[in-house]
Design a protein around this ligand. Structure first.
Ligand code: ATP
Ligand code: MG
Length: 373
């Protein structure tokens, strides 16, 4: 999959901008605070409808404007598809083939992107929330039904927590309604869990191949889905998971009523990365943790290809300078030629003598972009 062209209007510090991308590797070069990340972010928003940096949509619109618009033409094996998103204080409007899309799940997945920023190197060390977001974003792109189930799960969870609070405050006493919410939670939560377990098995396969390569066959990477309920992670079916989640919620009811909160379910889960059988979060060196994060992130390229038959578009925001020489080479080797890449940097030093394909270089300066002649 490729992004052939993009048009950006009143987005962040861009007034208006049209660019086309005939080359596979596109490098955005510029000093700090010129708009490099803003441009990558606009591609990310075109794909995902939301920013990776903020949940406040107002920030995305140029200070002097009421609405921002991003449009692009993507090229897939099945043909070209125009995409468009308009962001204003009335919300987001999305179009595929110039037709407005009512459902998020019919828009997301048209353009698949993987964004890699320096903060992703903390995927291993960071909070469980970061790892859950990682799963949700990546899985949601290849599986729109997952997104739907997740949204349903979160909505029932919110209702259920509110109701538990009302029960605790004695504003309500009807436990039948709690039963209904519990069943609904187990239904959608089970679907979310099932999809995640399948996803992690596949991700582990691809990530381990990369990790072995980067570590010169010295290290094996295993990814374990850490669930708040007991699960058989080798042999699982949707029905069994839903049954187990329901049972665990019922077993835990006393505590939930006391604390007025839902403690079990996919919103409490985590990932554990093991290198040669040791938890790399706890015992790994910084280098091992970085290799793990890099392997897991790059594994998504192969995973998306195996799931959709198309390579995603890769967005690399300032990561080259964060990696040592050897990891830089591995990164470039993985992408060159086959994966369309948008890379930002403040200097070409890290790239010189390492590229095997001819890039397009764009200079970014105060919200304007010029292609190198
Ligand atoms: P660095 O190399 O430091 O990461 P960058 O080139 O990636 O820099 P960006 O984050 O893309 O920088 O751009 C930052 C600039 O964009 C800020 O200086 C800010 O003033 C400007 N900016 C951010 N949001 C808006 C907005 N809504 N309207 C206008 N300008 C904005
Ligand atoms: Mg930046």
């Amino acid at each position: 999959m490729r992004l052939n062209e993009i048009e950006v209007q009143h987005y962040r510090n861009y007034d208006g901008l049209t660019l086309d991308f005939p080359k596979t590797l596109n490098i955005f070069l510029g000093e700090n605070a010129q708009g490099k990340t803003n441009l990558l972010e606009s591609i990310y928003v075109l794909a995902m409808t939301r920013s990776h940096r903020t949940s406040n949509e107002k920030e995305l619109v140029h200070w002097d404007s009421d609405s921002a618009r991003i449009s692009g033409v993507i090229e897939k094996k099945t043909g070209t598809v125009p995409l468009e998103i308009i962001i204003s204080n009335k919300g987001r409007k999305t179009k595929v083939n110039h037709i407005e899309q009512k459902r998020l799940s019919s828009y997301i997945g048209q353009l698949n992107v993987i964004l890699f920023a320096p903060e992703d190197l903390s995927l291993v060390k960071g909070s469980p929330q970061l790892r859950r977001k990682f799963i949700d974003m990546e899985l949601g792109q290849v599986n729109p039904i997952y997104l739907y189930d997740l949204v349903q799960y979160q909505s029932v969870l919110k209702q259920r927590n509110q109701y538990l609070k009302q029960l605790a405050e004695k504003k309500q006493s009807d436990l039948v309604y709690l039963d209904i919410l519990t069943e609904q939670l187990a239904e959608f939560g089970g679907k979310v869990l099932f999809a995640r377990l399948e996803f992690i098995q596949k991700l582990e396969h691809w990530a381990n191949l990369l990790h072995k390569k980067i570590s010169h066959e010295k290290e094996e990477l295993a990814i374990d889905y850490f669930s708040s309920i007991p699960l058989d992670k080798e042999n699982f079916s949707l029905e069994e998971i839903q049954k187990q989640l329901l049972q665990s919620l019922l077993d835990n009811r006393k505590r939930e009523l006391f604390k007025a909160n839902t403690f079990l379910g996919p919103h409490r889960d985590d990932l554990i990365f093991n290198v040669n059988g040791q938890n790399v979060q706890t015992y790994g060196s910084q280098g091992q943790q970085r290799t793990t994060a890099l392997s897991v992130k790059l594994a998504e390229i192969d995973l998306m290809y195996s799931e959709t038959g198309e390579y995603p578009v890769l967005l690399l925001d300032d990561v080259m300078s964060e990696l040592d020489n050897e990891r830089q080479l591995h990164l470039l080797e993985t992408i060159e030629g086959k994966v369309q890449t948008f890379l930002t940097t403040t200097s070409l030093d890290h790239l010189n003598n390492k590229l095997t394909v001819e890039p397009d270089i764009f200079y970014v300066h105060q919200g304007e972009i010029e292609r190198e002649a």
